[in-house]
Design a binder for this molecule. Structure first.
Ligand SMILES: *Cc1c(COP(=O)(O)O)cnc(C)c1O
Length: 816
């Protein structure tokens, strides 16, 4: 509940103000993640603790960003003076107590949703058909965890007439806690599937755990087949709850039949009342979740007359925040299907993270909800200011009339805006497009994305983070990680990948060239950056941008020292030692011999030493690898003893780190593993984060004897249906993939071999009798289609394929 008085918070959490310095402040905002903080004197930071991080370590950073109120469970020496610390036993528990208090003061109905799949679909669609009838509050996107649920409850107050919350769990015992927070009157159970199976003994146990959410509910809506299958558990666990079932079975409370047509479905309600609704989806999951939303709406006895109209405007819900980079270096974040203040706040945080140096632009529609207009606009203005939005564009009659942001541009409708779009320039801007369904802002997104070339490289930034975490668990906690983002992040985009990993705690970044390091600095990344191949004539840049050059020639040290002296700055370097790769590097004997001279350097600080393994992925060369490690270890120790201090030592790449724990030293350098390719035969499962796709431009029929492509390499031996894909060797599809050497994959349909020679910009494929049409998307590699197939077909390795995907291929980034 906002605002809340600081002394009330003390009472609710049972904490005490450290050093008796009791503040008198009305708190209006909560932060738990320092990356998301903007300066706000009425905000409080809660130092939460997780398995891999401790929020107390970020108190100082929060203070530097302007926070003066904290909830902590310990007081550390480093905590700044002049702030107020509410000390509690357990900070997560305090957050829960605050949410319970807020929930208990909410006097209208609450709906609780759980299930393995479809929770968000149900919630968003239910909100979409209901929010014009009732002011409705829901937890944004997937804020459904032990931290997400309580945080999302805090803004709830009695101006809303209905609350809808989804709850997700991954292990036993969690639902009970979420039940205390949400306390739903009406429950909805969407689906029971295999997600998080590993956390439970069996499905029954998982079902039993999940329905704890409805322990105090008066009714539960669920598919009939689930209620039949788990009858006994329902009777045991929630005997008082009225069970409302939905399905085609005779015993269903809401007995329905569905007829699936091309892109829509007709849901016929037979009992208890007769209705027919058309919904704009045809896949099983969407039809079920949409039907559950209708049933829930009917149970609330809301007027049915406008329901059909609203149902027909529903859109599928992108389960991920998608963004893409267009020509002119703009990035477009597409969040064009829902709008409320809470989800806006989250989307703006995402914009902030991704923008880097770009100007920030917000394109937003009117809010859907008719009430709260004044407060909503006040919050909007505040968010626009705090998040540093330079370019504000408002679309819709309300915004057009009230023009809340002074410097903004306003248009009465989407159409009007599209009309004038050509005259606007979004070069080098980060654009968030956010609006209510009605406004169809996805048309704006489409117009902004220059769709010249239908070949894309999709990059799943969340998968990179998951790979990073999986790799990290193979190391001892003290071992640092350098993320290698050379060669444009193995094709994935240097700044995007660098930013994402920075936000997830990587220690160092490694790049091939000085310019790549400068690009990272300009994007605001302040981590130590090692440059593998610096040139001496770049010394000034290296020093100005505080990059760490790798030194592979003794002389360079002294030349660098001179430049640093003239700039009156210090420069840190890592030495590159030759141990057997025979690429760049200094001989061990030279390093030891010259070490005394290092002491004469005035501005150059030798802080690290490293080497590179030549064959860490090959079992036949294990002895050779161990020899390299041994030479490295010996030389580094000698050098340390001469210099009299410790150096940061590193030698292992992905394969080396996975196969040779003794090669970890102080830091490992992960490259290919982060992008989801395990170069070794070790068990570790990684997820390919890049997906290379192209869509069919044209389909044509060749008669027997007709040929396709240059040099007439392919000749049809019968009437053949072929397709043309706008991807060629200039995009990074190797020319030797042609002549049936490699097939592309149409997901769920099948493979189509490339026929004839691959051209520079295009290739032809044999479609056989695949059920595909123009515009359909073919996968060249991706998470369902291993990159090794393309690499092997072309006698090369995944590394080469990835980094040769050319710049003209549009990159589409997303998080799932
Ligand atoms: C590329 C590179 C790495 C990363 O290697 P992966 O096999 O991709 O993990 C590590 N160190 C150096 C010096 C490199 O050039």
């Amino acid at each position: 509940m906002f605002p809340i008085a600081s002394n009330k918070l003390k009472e609710i959490t049972g904490g005490f103000w450290y050093q008796e310095s009791e503040p008198e402040i009305q708190i209006t905002t909560v932060f738990t993640d320092t990356r998301k903080i903007y300066s706000d004197p009425s905000a409080i930071y809660i130092a939460l603790e997780g398995p891999n991080y401790n929020g107390h370590a970020f108190v100082k950073e929060a203070y530097n960003k302007g926070i003066r109120l904290f909830i902590v469970s310990e007081i550390r020496d480093e905590f700044p003076q002049g702030a107020h610390y509410l000390r509690v036993k357990d900070t997560l528990f305090a957050l829960h107590q605050w949410a319970v208090y807020t929930r208990n003061n909410f006097h209208s109905k609450v709906i609780g949703v759980t299930g393995s799949n479809g929770k968000t679909m149900f919630k968003e669609w239910f909100a979409a058909i209901t929010e014009e009838e009732l002011p409705l509050f829901r937890n944004p996107k997937s804020f459904n965890s032990q931290v997400g649920v309580p945080l999302s409850i805090l803004p709830l107050d009695n101006s809303y007439a209905l609350g809808v919350f989804e709850a997700g769990i991954s292990k036993p015992g969690e639902m009970e806690k979420l039940e205390r927070l949400i306390k739903p009157h009406i429950g909805v159970f969407t689906h029971l599937g295999s997600a998080h199976d590993e956390g439970f003994q069996n499905r029954e146990e998982k079902f039993r755990e999940k329905i704890q959410l409805f322990k105090n509910s008066s009714s539960l809506i669920l598919p009939t087949h689930l209620s039949l299958e788990y009858q006994d558990i329902i009777k045991e666990e929630i005997p008082e709850c009225e069970i409302i079932t939905v399905g085609s079975e005779m015993e269903s409370t809401f007995r329905i039949t569905t007829q699936i047509q091309a892109n829509q479905a007709q849901v016929v309600f037979h009992a208890p009342e007769e209705y027919i609704f058309k919904i704009p989806f045809s896949d099983k999951g969407s039809v079920l979740n949409c039907t559950l939303a209708i049933v829930c709406y009917l149970r609330l006895k809301l007027p049915v007359n406008k329901l059909q109209e609203r149902l027909s405007t529903l859109r599928s819900i992108p389960m991920r925040q998608q963004y893409s980079r267009t020509l002119g270096n703009a990035i477009i974040i597409n969040d064009a299907y829902s709008l409320d203040v809470e989800s806006l706040q989250i989307a703006l945080e995402f914009l902030d993270q991704q923008a880097g140096e770009r100007e920030k632009c917000l394109i937003i529609s009117d809010f859907a909800e008719p009430l709260h207009k004044v407060e909503q606009y006040a919050r909007l203005v505040e968010l626009v200011k705090n998040r540093g939005i330079q370019n504000f564009i408002g679309i819709g009659p309300d915004l057009f009339q009230s023009q809340p942001v002074k410097s903004g541009k306003y248009y009465p409708s989407t159409k009007e805006f599209l009309h004038q779009l050509q005259s606007q320039n979004f070069n080098n801007q980060a654009v968030l497009v956010k609006g209510g369904r009605k406004f169809q802002l996805e048309k704006v997104v489409q117009a902004l994305q220059t769709q010249r070339h239908q070949t894309t490289l999709e990059i799943n930034l969340s998968a990179i983070v998951r790979n990073y975490n999986a790799l990290r668990l193979k190391l001892s906690p003290n071992t640092k990680i350098m993320a290698m983002v050379k060669a444009a992040g193995y094709g994935g985009g240097i700044v995007e990948v660098g930013n994402m990993l920075k936000n997830n705690g990587v220690d160092y970044i490694g790049v091939a060239f000085t310019q790549e390091g400068i690009a990272l600095r300009k994007a605001g990344i302040q981590l130590p950056i090692l440059v593998l191949n610096p040139w001496l004539d770049e010394a000034e840049d290296l020093i100005e941008f505080e990059l760490i050059p790798s030194i592979y020639r003794m002389q360079s040290l002294f030349q660098l020292d001179e430049v640093a002296k003239s700039l009156k700055k210090d420069v840190t370097v890592h030495l590159k030692l030759e141990t057997g790769m025979n690429r760049l590097g200094m001989q061990a004997s030279d390093v030891v011999e010259c070490a005394e001279e290092f002491k004469r350097l005035n501005h150059v600080r030798v802080k690290g030493i490293y080497s590179h393994l030549a064959a860490a992925d090959e079992e036949d060369f294990n002895d050779f690898t161990r020899e390299q490690v041994e030479i490295f270890n010996r030389t580094a120790k000698q050098l340390e003893s001469i210099l009299g201090y410790r150096l940061t030592k590193h030698i292992a790449n992905t394969a080396g780190a996975l196969r040779f724990p003794e090669a970890h030293f102080d830091m490992v350098r992960f490259g290919i593993g982060l992008y989801g390719y395990n170069p070794t035969r070790t068990e570790l499962k990684l997820e390919l984060a890049m997906q290379f796709k192209s869509s069919l431009s044209q389909i044509k029929i060749l008669k027997k004897g007709e040929s396709a492509g240059y040099s007439r390499k392919y000749v049809a031996d019968k009437e053949t249906r072929i397709g043309i894909l706008p991807v060629g060797y200039a995009d990074g599809l190797p020319r030797s993939s042609g002549n049936q050497n490699f097939s592309v994959l149409f997901p769920e349909k099948g493979y189509a071999p490339i026929i004839g020679n691959v051209c520079m910009d295009m290739c032809m494929i044999d479609l056989g009798d695949l059920d595909v049409s123009e515009g359909d998307v073919a996968v060249i590699f991706g998470h369902q289609y291993p990159i090794s197939i393309l690499a092997n077909a072309n006698h090369t390795i995944a590394y080469e394929i990835l980094c040769r995907i050319s710049d003209r291929v549009k990159r589409v980034y997303y998080e799932d």
